[in-house]
Design a protein. Structure first.
Length: 176
């Protein structure tokens, strides 16, 4: 395994894959510094999603090249404030070309889904994400066949039963 630092080194993972990126997201809250002000603006009733523009532009460009971006997000029970906020801007990701689906926490646990986030790139490389109080602290990247096979099995369990975002019942999106 290779340790990849956040920032440019981590971002490079999204410029080196050839055809597909698949993500499992299972944290109830992500603490990315770039999201702090937009989350607060949403809490204050003034949502702004400009912080996402670089990611959305990248998704548009890469899907235009024929690459796919898919992810399953686990919805906690009850939904965290962060997930309610994320649910509100997910249509922007979808419009850019991502296929985003949701699965309830209880269902995911019954399927044996892991408690760590990860990406699978080209069905051949896995990036296991690590977090701290400032968001992604790094990722363990490997092409070890056993590790890749294990993560593909988890993907293959949750993907078929996860619900497309536009078919999902929306949680309450405003903070109390």
């Amino acid at each position: 395994m290779t340790w990849v630092k956040p920032g440019a080194e981590f971002a490079a993972l999204f410029h080196t894959f050839e055809s597909s990126a698949w993500r499992w997201e299972c944290q109830g809250t992500y603490r990315e510094p770039v999201e702090r002000e937009p989350l607060q603006a949403w809490r204050d009733g003034h949502p702004t999603f400009e912080f996402m523009q670089p990611w959305l532009d990248q998704i548009r460009a890469q899907t235009a090249e024929g690459k796919t971006f898919e992810r399953v997000r686990m919805m906690t029970s009850p939904p965290t404030e962060y997930l309610r906020w994320m649910f509100e801007f997910t249509p922007l990701n979808i419009e850019a070309g991502e296929d985003i689906r949701w699965i309830g926490e209880e269902h995911a646990r019954k399927l044996g889904a892991p408690t760590h986030d990860f990406y699978i790139f080209d069905d051949a490389r896995v990036a296991i994400l690590h977090f701290d109080d400032n968001g992604v602290s790094g990722a363990e990247v490997t092409d070890d066949p056993d590790t890749v096979a294990e993560h593909r099995q988890w993907r293959d369990r949750v993907w078929p039963v996860a619900v497309a975002h536009n078919q999902q019942f929306a949680p309450t999106t405003r903070s109390p």
